[in-house]
Design a protein around this ligand. Structure first.
Ligand code: NAD
Length: 352
């Protein structure tokens, strides 16, 4: 197995190192090759996704990514900004299916912003389409309109085939879980998502065991806070999924706990924490590495089809938490406050 390691920017290198150390401790035969992306790619090669990095990602079986972005790159032209590296690698590898589990570990129930009876035992999966929608739709840009004033344009668009392939992924995941799938759209206002809803309904006939429901995105945002346990698997487009998955992350105590997988149609995947590069805490060795370590577990599950090692990593994370180890973002009085690297060591010590 060849794994591309793309640490990226901000806390990326710190958290990626912890996941790589866990991987090495598992003693699985892997070839690890590191390359720059995001601001690191721009600084080294003048491009947030250097050709050599994309080439490595194409030739690898899986990719482990830290995070990209730093405020110091905000003044760069848009195509040179770190986030473009991420959008381009997702598009370049056709990683259209983004899986974001939001699981609340019982040990962290106090870290959630909601009351324990509302969130305890929460375990939901958000399936987000990742390579279409308003983030990629053309035309886009800022131009001067006929009245001589500046106008910004982005275009929400989805083709039938794009909707179908993400729908199949979501129905398959629902089949493996509780057979409940909620599709999130804004079909009352947006034609793009009216089509989305029609296709979801059409495809549901191929999955008669799955109970398909629909919800408007504004209501979903509310219901995730009011009664998140009503959901099991949610499927939605790129922009709604971006926002809802960040909202769901807060239910689990910290965005530092949320892993993600982005898969192509052959289950080749890029694995990364759901959070960003956290420039405010970068270089301080205080970031939570668990989302990245849990992303590694997802790599074993979805790309390597190795449930044993996936469960082993997840159990070690749970054990480290139950032993009281907490990084600053999930710390409460009475816990053992640890650094990013100490949390990595605690997970490795809990592997057996
Ligand atoms: P962010 O996720 O980086 O940070 C939001 C807040 O969460 C910050 O207070 C940060 O300190 C905290 N945080 C995030 N991850 C943490 C962790 N592992 N442990 C402890 N605390 C953590 O989002 P932002 O501040 O909006 O964006 C910062 C940069 O990251 C921007 O340049 C943005 O474009 C980029 N970004 C990248 C990705 C990605 O690489 N996938 C995703 C989102 C944002």
């Amino acid at each position: 197995m060849k794994i591309a390691i793309l640490p990226g920017d901000g806390i990326g290198p710190e958290i990626t190192k912890q996941a790589v150390d866990v991987l090495k401790a598992l003693n699985v035969a892997t070839e690890l090759v590191e390359a720059p992306i995001g601001g690191a790619g721009y600084e080294k090669f003048g491009d947030p996704l250097p050709d050599s990095t994309l080439d490595l990602a194409i030739k690898s079986d899986a990719i482990l990514l830290g995070a990209v972005g730093d405020w110091k790159f905000d003044a760069l032209p848009r195509d040179k900004r770190p986030e473009q590296g991420l959008l381009r690698i997702r598009k370049g590898l056709n990683l259209f299916a983004n899986l974001r589990p939001a699981i609340l570990y019982p040990e962290l129930v106090g870290a959630s912003s909601l009351k324990s009876e509302i969130v305890s035992n929460l375990d939901i999966m958000i399936v987000r389409e990742l390579t279409g929608d308003i983030y990629f739709g053309q035309p886009r840009g800022i131009h001067t309109n006929e009245n001589g004033e500046r106008e910004g344009i982005n275009t929400m668009r989805y083709s039938e085939s794009e909707i179908k392939r993400i729908a199949h992924v979501a129905f398959h995941i629902a089949m493996k879980r509780s057979k409940k799938l909620c599709s999130i759209d804004k079909a009352n206002v947006l034609e793009t998502t009216e089509l989305w809803r029609q296709i979801m309904i059409d495809l549901s006939k191929e999955y008669p065991e799955v109970e398909l429901t629909h919800m408007y995105v504004d209501n979903a945002a509310m219901q995730l806070i009011k009664n998140p346990k009503q959901f099991d698997v949610l499927v939605t487009g790129n922009i709604f999924g971006d926002i809802l998955s960040d909202e769901a992350s807060m239910l689990t105590g910290s965005i530092g706990m949320l892993p993600s997988a982005s898969l192509d149609s052959n289950n080749k995947g890029m694995y990364e924490p759901s959070h960003g590069s956290a420039p405010d805490i970068a270089g301080k060795n205080i970031a939570n590495p668990l989302a990245t370590i849990l992303s590694l577990a997802m790599m074993f599950r979805y790309t390597f089809n190795d449930e044993k090692n996936a469960k082993k990593i997840e159990a070690a994370v749970k054990k480290a938490l139950s032993r009281g180890f907490r990084t600053a973002d999930i710390y409460s009085a009475g816990d053992k406050k640890v650094s990013c690297s100490e949390m990595g060591e605690a997970v490795i010590a809990s592997l057996n």
